[in-house]
Unconditional design. Structure first.
Length: 82
């Protein structure tokens, strides 16, 4: 799946969720793959990616929890399309 495969739709992101959304978007290339496709994100990349996009240390715990929720939903969507 590439960004070209994603339909162009607009969604509203609440301001409090914006750092988490940016982290999820920036982690787009950090999926771990298995024989059946994506199995999850590479968590070792979270801290450096978060730092590069300006997420503050005190925001990281919440952003990680949100990232995991988005990861689970993304995996469900990817599995539906197979």
């Amino acid at each position: 799946m590439t960004k070209a495969d994603i339909p162009e739709e607009q969604y509203e992101v609440w301001p409090g969720n914006w750092p988490s959304f940016l982290l999820f978007e920036a982690m787009f290339t950090q999926w771990r793959l298995g024989m059946g496709g994506a199995v999850g994100m590479d968590y070792t990349a979270i801290k450096p990616v978060a730092s590069m996009i300006g997420i503050k240390r005190d925001e990281l715990s919440q952003a990680f929890a949100d990232l995991r929720a988005m990861e689970v939903e993304a995996l469900l969507v990817m599995r539906e399309s197979n």
